[in-house]
Ligand binder design. Structure first.
Ligand code: SAH
Length: 261
């Protein structure tokens, strides 16, 4: 069977370097009994995951040709043809299997990186660990700390519930075809925070609104919320979103809740 020819619209950049695939696989720390690979392509990473006895393993792949290729080369693999963004993760494993959650791994399709991460955030109670390759810039943004220029919405939302580590950088030449940018592998592990000490919906709204105009001070950036900002500390209002920690955003959200009619 012919190898699959990469399709640009599906964000296909197949990994050529097996040692990197192996390193990604070995970065998993066994936080769950289920493991889901997003976008296995021709299975370069899959190969190192199938044999991992810690996990019930399944993969979801949008590309029909890749699914057919995998079925021939890895007949034991549980692979679903579908879109990760539209499929219910839980339906891929039996209720007994998924009792301890579903970890996620992949050399992800870069065109949907942010959407994958927002989905992880939404399913945080189900996903104890994520190990994955993203374009370097996204990886840096997710792993950024307050005060850095790359610190943004995903850094705050994800670090509220995950410990995030930037593991290593990957050169573009190890892919076929090479992407235009460098890549990086990061790991997210669920922290012990079950619920934030504030209205979580409002928290998300506050974080998004604050970063929407990240150059402005909060006093101006938060205006679109149409809430009274009076009860928020002056020193906080004079700062910009990128200077605030998760705890600061929680505090702001609580203050706003208090001021709601
Ligand atoms: N893991 C492989 C392929 C990486 S390229 C390797 O390292 O070589 C990204 C893969 O994600 C492609 O195979 C692409 O077809 C698949 N993909 C793209 N969008 C997807 C989606 N929405 N859901 C599932 N898979 C997707």
């Amino acid at each position: 069977m012919e190898p699959v020819k990469a399709k640009k619209q599906l964000g296909q950049h197949f990994l050529k370097d097996e040692s990197i695939a192996e390193r990604i696989a070995h970065s998993l720390t066994g936080q769950s009994r289920c493991l889901l690979e997003i976008g296995p392509g021709m299975g370069v990473l899959t190969k190192y995951l199938i044999g991992d006895e810690r996990y019930h393993f399944a993969a979801i792949e949008l590309d029909r040709e890749s699914v057919d290729y995998l079925a021939v080369h890895y007949p034991e693999l549980r692979v679903i043809e579908g879109d990760f963004l539209r499929n219910d993760m839980a339906s891929l494993f039996s209720p007994v299997e998924q009792a301890e959650g579903i970890s996620i791994i992949g050399n992800f399709p870069y065109n949907i990186s942010s959407q994958i991460l927002f989905r992880v955030f939404e399913h945080r109670d189900m996903v104890p660990e994520v190990v994955g390759m993203f374009q370097k810039e996204v990886a840096e943004r997710v792993a950024a700390a307050p005060g850095s220029k790359t610190y943004g919405i995903l850094s705050v939302l994800l670090s509220a519930f995950y410990d995030i580590e930037y593991l290593f950088t990957v050169h573009e030449h190890v892919f076929n075809p090479p992407p235009k940018v460098k890549s990086a592998v990061i790991r997210l592990r669920r922290n012990s925070v079950e619920r934030l000490d504030c209205d979580e919906k409002l928290f998300v709204q506050v974080v998004k609104t604050a970063f929407n105009q990240r150059r402005k001070t909060l006093r101006n950036a938060l205006k679109p919320l149409n809430c009274s900002l009076e009860a928020i500390d002056e020193t906080i209002l004079a700062r910009r979103a990128e200077q605030l920690s998760v705890a600061d955003f929680v505090r702001i959200t609580r203050t706003l809740e208090g001021g709601r009619l």
